[in-house]
Design a protein around this ligand. Structure first.
Ligand SMILES: *Cc1c(COP(=O)(O)O)cnc(C)c1O
Length: 362
C-alpha cells in the first residue's frame, strides 16, 4: 500500500535517514556503548535547549513527563493554564494525580497572557504552574518569555512548560527563561517516531522533587538526574529512539539552529498565505499563530470561508497526503496543516498544489 505522507500535527513524517538510524541493531543499555551514545548527544541536546542542565530521555510519550511533573513538583496547589485540548487535559491529569488544582481557562484560540497568570499567582495559593507553549489543538503560541518573566516575582512557584510541538522549531532558552521544567515528545517537531520524550529540570525543580515522597518511580525526576549523570536512563530506554535522535541532531546542527527556526517561521507564513488565498481566516487570535502548524478557521469563528472538511481530507488523501480535520470540540470547524520536522518550501508547495486542486473540486 502506498504511504500517505503525514501533514498532521504529530506524528509527522519521518525521514528515511531517521528510520535507518532507528532500526540499528540493539546494544545493552548499561554498557559502555550506550553511555558513549548518550554522552555524545548530551552537549547537542543542551545546546538545543540553551541549558547547562542535563537533558533526560524518557521512554514514554509526552504525557508521561507531563504527569510526572505534577507528581514530582506539586505540594500545595497547581495552576493549570488552559487554552485548548492539551492544556485543558493537564488540569484533569493534576486532579487524577490527587493534587489540588485550579484552572486558568481562556477561550480556545486565545493565548495565555502573563497578566492573567500574575493575578492568579498573586493569591499566594500556588507552588506550581503548567503552561503549554504551543497549544497544538488550536494552533496558538502563548508568549512564553513574558509568562516566564513572572518566575522572578514568584521564585517558589515551579514553572512547568510543555513545548511538545515547538521544541527544536523555535528558540526556547531554558536557562535564560528561568523556568523549571521543559518537555517535548519526539513525534512532533523532532520528526522522530512516537514513544520517547525529552525534558530538562532546573536545580530548584530537582530540589523540590527530592522533598516529595509519593513521586513514584518511573517518572522520578531525581532518578533521571542520578542516571543522566552516568549517561544512563533509570529504566531500559527505547534505544532505537536514541539512535534516531543522534541522527536527527546531526541534521539539526548541519542546518544550524537559526536556519531551522527561520525555516519553520517561513513555512508557517506560507501556509497562512495559502489559507488567505482561499478566503479562510485563521483560528488563533492574530499575533499568536503557531510556527509549526496552522489551524484554519472553518466556521468555528465568524468570518472567512467554510468547506466540507472530511471531503477536503479525502481529496487530499487520494493524492497521498494526510491533513488533520480539527481536534476535540473544534473538529470539522477547523482543520490543521503541519509544517513540523523536515519540511521545506518545495515539499510544502507540493502540498499546497494538492490542496489547491482539492479546493477546486469542493
Ligand atoms: C501531542 C501533544 C501532547 C501529548 O503528547 P503524547 O505524545 O500524546 O503524550 C501534549 N501537549 C501538546 C502540546 C501536544 O501537541
Amino acid at each position: 500500500m502506498a504511504h500517505v505522507k503525514l501533514h498532521i500535527p504529530g506524528p509527522v513524517e519521518v525521514s528515511e535517514k531517521t528510520l535507518k538510524a532507528f532500526s540499528r541493531p540493539m546494544i545493552g543499555h548499561r554498557g559502555q556503548g550506550f553511555k558513549d551514545l548518550y554522552a555524545a548527544i548530551q552537549p547537542q541536546l543542551q545546546q538545543l535547549l540553551y541549558t547547562k542542565q542535563l537533558v533526560y530521555i524518557s521512554t514514554s510519550s509526552a504525557w508521561g513527563v507531563m504527569e510526572g511533573a505534577i507528581r514530582n513538583l506539586v505540594t500545595k496547589k497547581v495552576l493549570n493554564c488552559m487554552c485548548g485540548a492539551f492544556s485543558d487535559k493537564w488540569f484533569d491529569v493534576s486532579k487524577r494525580c490527587g493534587k489540588a488544582a485550579e484552572a486558568l481557562q481562556v477561550d480556545w484560540g486565545s493565548p495565555i497572557r502573563a497578566e492573567a497568570v500574575d493575578r492568579k499567582l498573586a493569591t499566594g495559593q500556588f507552588d506550581a504552574l503548567t503552561v503549554i507553549h504551543n497549544e497544538t489543538s488550536t494552533g496558538v503560541m502563548s508568549p512564553l518569555t513574558e509568562i516566564a518573566a513572572l518566575k522572578q516575582k514568584y521564585p517558589e512557584v515551579m514553572f512547568i512548560v510543555d513545548a511538545v510541538s515547538s521544541m527544536s522549531a523555535t528558540k526556547i532558552e531554558f536557562d535564560a527563561l528561568g523556568i523549571d521544567v521543559l518537555l517535548a515528545g519526539t513525534q512532533k517537531a523532532f520528526a522522530l517516531p512516537p514513544g520517547t520524550a525529552l525534558f530538562t529540570c532546573s536545580k530548584a525543580a530537582l530540589a523540590r522533587a527530592a522533598t516529595i515522597k509519593d513521586r513514584g518511580y518511573y517518572f522520578d525526576f531525581v532518578e533521571f538526574q542520578k542516571n543522566a549523570e552516568q549517561s544512563m536512563t533509570p529504566s531500559t530506554p527505547s534505544i532505537g529512539h536514541v539512535y534516531a535522535l543522534q541522527s536527527k541532531l546531526e541534521d539539526i546542527f548541519a542546518e544550524g539552529l537559526e536556519n531551522r527556526f527561520a525555516r519553520h517561521q517561513k513555512l508557517a507564513e506560507m501556509t497562512r498565505a495559502w489559507a488567505a488565498k482561499h478566503g479562510f481566516t485563521l483560528y488563533p487570535e492574530q499575533g499568536f499563530e503557531s510556527v509549526t502548524l496552522t489551524c484554519v478557521n472553518n466556521g468555528a469563528k465568524p468570518g472567512g470561508r467554510a468547506v466540507d472538511v472530511p471531503k477536503l481530507q479525502k481529496l487530499v488523501k487520494d493524492q497521498g497526503f494526510l491533513i488533520d480535520g480539527g481536534y476535540g470540540k473544534i473538529k470539522g470547524k477547523t482543520f490543521r496543516i503541519s509544517n513540523m520536522g523536515d519540511e521545506t518550501e518545495a515539499t510544502m508547495n507540493r502540498l499546497y498544489a494538492v490542496l489547491d486542486q482539492a479546493m477546486s473540486q469542493i
